[in-house]
Design a binder for this molecule. Structure first.
Ligand code: UT7
Length: 319
């Protein structure tokens, strides 16, 4: 049976950095509050002329180079995003054109902060049935455009960026298992409750969040999903070498690490420098830990995330 291996990673962060101190002059907040409650020090913000597919292209180009292939070798493109360039075409199709390739299937996945986990899972299914030799899976977001910069409860949390991986079909795993869940009954605590109708925005085009309720939900389902992934593979907590969580809040990361009995030095943390980049946060953190040599061949790496929908999931990988 064909399996899936990650053979290249890439990341891109826009040049502009917005620090907590910068935010102090924009809303009634403080560096001390933001850092203590979230672990965030700064986040990156896209330039006015940058769009999500530009971020995706930059990250993808690095992943493709790291994989030692060319864009022409790619048989499938999936982009996880909640902040697409436009209603259609999909950001994946726009990315395909920027990569200078044609014909391979390309589509977006919308699962908010779990988007990369969802996209990786879908790509893994394509690989396992032998239809695809190389897939490009991207998480890319420009949340700065759906943030109400007057709402201190949300504007301090999010950032922009993109991360990408190249997958290759192989005889050995690779991806050991994927686990996805959703529960649409909690829409009210995290959403962008707006749409475009008849040429006008209806509802709010900004992120609305009941932070506390989201926090509690996230901690609970992440505890469950890591247990599920371990049990499925008959593995013990002690066999996890690296935890790569969605980067929403350092306190959520610490809670999952505690549940796994992992020291925080086994958790890849980027939330301090990136903030919450939604679907981009996991591939950005993965790329960092691959490039700086923390993740080595044979390591067990657990990716997990939760986000609006609600959606949540995990992917367990033997590197
Ligand atoms: O990506 C997946 C989805 N997102 C998440 O996973 C985020 C989950 N939630 C969280 O990370 C946390 O709930 C937050 C960081 C959003 C908020 O932290 P908290 O400890 O839950 O604070 P809180 O919402 O209970 O607010 C505590 C106080 C409130 O003031 P009062 O009512 O106690 O007087 C807020 O108005 O902090 C106030 N507050 C702020 N103060 C300064 C809220 N935002 C800010 C702010 N600066 N930026």
């Amino acid at each position: 049976m064909t399996h899936t291996r990650i053979v290249g990673t890439g990341g891109y962060l826009p040049a502009k950095v917005l620090t907590n101190r910068d935010l102090e002059s924009m809303v009634d907040t403080s560096d001390e509050w933001i850092y203590t409650r979230t672990g965030i020090r700064q986040r990156h913000v896209a330039a006015d002329d940058e769009c999500t597919s530009d971020l995706a292209f930059a990250a993808s180009s690095k992943a493709i180079a790291a994989a030692g292939i060319t864009p022409q070798d790619i048989d499938l493109i999936i982009v996880a995003t909640t902040t697409p360039d436009m209603i259609f075409p999909s950001t994946a199709c726009i990315l395909q054109a920027k990569l200078g390739i044609k014909h391979c299937p390309a589509f977006d996945v919308q699962a908010v902060c779990s988007g990369f986990i969802y996209a990786l899972t879908v790509a893994d299914k394509f690989m396992r049935c032998g239809q695809v030799r190389h897939a490009l899976v991207v998480g890319a977001e420009i949340y700065s455009r759906i943030i109400d910069w007057k709402d201190r409860g949300t504007c301090v949390l999010f950032g922009d960026g993109a991360g990408a991986v190249v997958l290759k079909a192989d005889d050995t795993p690779g991806i050991l298992s994927c686990h996805l869940h959703a529960d649409g009954s909690h829409q009210k605590i995290l959403s962008v409750p707006g749409t475009v109708c008849g040429g006008k925005v209806q509802g709010s085009p900004f992120v609305r969040m009941e932070g506390n309720a989201v926090f509690k939900f996230a901690v609970k389902v992440l505890d469950d999903i890591v247990e599920e992934a371990l049990a499925h593979n008959n593995m013990q907590k002690s066999q996890i070498d690296w935890l790569i969580p969605h980067q929403a809040n350092i306190r959520i990361l610490q809670s999952t690490a505690k549940k796994l009995g992992l020291n925080m030095d086994k958790v890849v943390v980027t939330v301090d420098r990136h903030g919450n980049t939604s679907a981009a946060s996991i591939p950005l953190a993965l790329d960092e830990a691959v490039r700086d040599g923390r993740i080595q061949s044979g390591h067990h790496v657990l990716l997990e995330g939760v986000g609006g929908g609600f959606t949540w999931g995990a992917v367990l990988i033997r590197w």
